[in-house]
Design a protein around this ligand. Structure first.
Ligand SMILES: [Fe+2]
Length: 339
């Protein structure tokens, strides 16, 4: 496995690049905007194809690099389903699997530091965001943080993982890079409490100053998505027009989501699945079949379908359209899905 832990000096953030091997798909967790160039160079040097990027939560101390990475690499952007961002490509629920070539990440809903924080478990290691830090825990005094939720997420979820599970947090201010569940249970001073009320007492009396960049970072990090206007410019059409096209001849309807998302809510009738990371390959390999067809793309919220139209154009497919706002919009208007 390829595993890189990168450090941002300004915000003391750790960013992780993970892939199963050279030449394969890669995933990044908690990228920092200012370092995007560095990630892209490293991906190139290690011969990796970035396909997915995760933010564990809305960061208050740095601007996320996920939107810039999406625009530069066409990767899928992912956050937990409680995220208040305008939209990311894919929102995962508790216990959902995120897959890349040869690796799986299980999402764990771990609120407390913020109300939408998730952790991600990958075989022997867990990426805890700011929920559980090395010898510390993420503050709970802003962004709908809640010390009781933090206690539950840590004691009833993270500390239930096997003792030897490695902990990789989103920050460290002392230079520590990794810990384990056993180590934190034994030596993390905030976890040496006898009750939830004792933990709440500690967390409510930290008296920390607000992060320097908070007023800039939080609003920026809430605006990571491709907005509806931009989706429209890229051959986007609204649900009723999209629905009309479904009855035309020579149409191919492509669902860009992953199997786990389809299993959750269903799909539009007569669609075929080509998950977004595979779309370039698919368009390239099926030129003869697709040449004279009208291609209709859709996904969860219209992010991946916007990018799919852009990619199609680069392969000289000019009869492509996509569903603005994805299935979220489709369902809101009252159209049905099939299982
Ligand atoms: Fe945070």
């Amino acid at each position: 496995m390829l595993f890189r832990q990168l450090f941002d000096k300004t915000s003391c953030t750790y960013t992780y690049i993970i892939a199963s091997a050279k030449g394969r798909e890669a995933l990044i967790i908690d990228p920092v905007l200012e370092n995007v160039e560095r990630y892209i160079l490293l991906l190139k040097e290690l011969d990796l194809k970035l396909v997915k990027v995760i933010d564990t939560h809305i960061h208050a101390d740095h601007i996320s690099g996920i939107a810039e990475l999406r625009d530069r690499t066409n990767c899928v952007t992912i956050m937990g389903d409680k995220t208040p961002t305008d939209v990311v490509s894919m929102q995962v629920s508790d216990q959902e699997l995120i897959k890349i070539d040869g690796l799986e990440f299980r999402s764990l809903f771990t609120p407390g530091h913020t109300s939408e924080s998730f952790s991600f478990l990958m075989s022997d290691r867990v990426f805890t965001g700011d929920t559980l830090l090395i010898r510390g825990t993420g503050r709970t005094d802003f962004q709908n943080g809640n010390p009781r939720d933090s206690y539950n997420s840590i004691f009833n979820k993270l500390l239930k993982l096997p003792d030897e599970t490695l902990i990789y947090p989103a920050h460290d201010y002392k230079g520590d890079t990794v810990s384990t569940i056993l180590e934190e249970r034994k030596f993390n001073p905030r976890l040496q409490v006898k009750s939830v009320s004792e933990y709440i007492q500690i967390m409510n009396n930290l008296n920390l100053p607000d992060p320097k960049l908070m007023d800039v970072a939080v609003p920026r990090n809430l605006k990571l998505g491709i907005d509806f206007d931009k989706q429209k410019v890229n051959c986007g059409i609204d649900p009723s027009k999209f629905n009309n096209f479904l009855f035309e001849q020579d149409v191919i309807l492509i669902d860009l989501r992953e199997q786990s998302e389809i299993d959750k809510i269903g799909r539009i009738k007569n669609s075929i699945k080509v998950s977004f990371p595979k779309i370039s390959d698919y368009l390239n390999k099926n030129k003869d079949e697709l040449r004279n067809k009208k291609i209709l793309f859709y996904c969860a919220i219209g992010q991946r379908s916007t990018l799919a139209v852009q990619i199609s154009k680069s392969y000289q497919y000019n009869k492509c359209l996509h569903l603005i706002g994805g299935l979220k919009n489709w369902e809101q208007v009252g159209y049905k899905l099939v299982k």
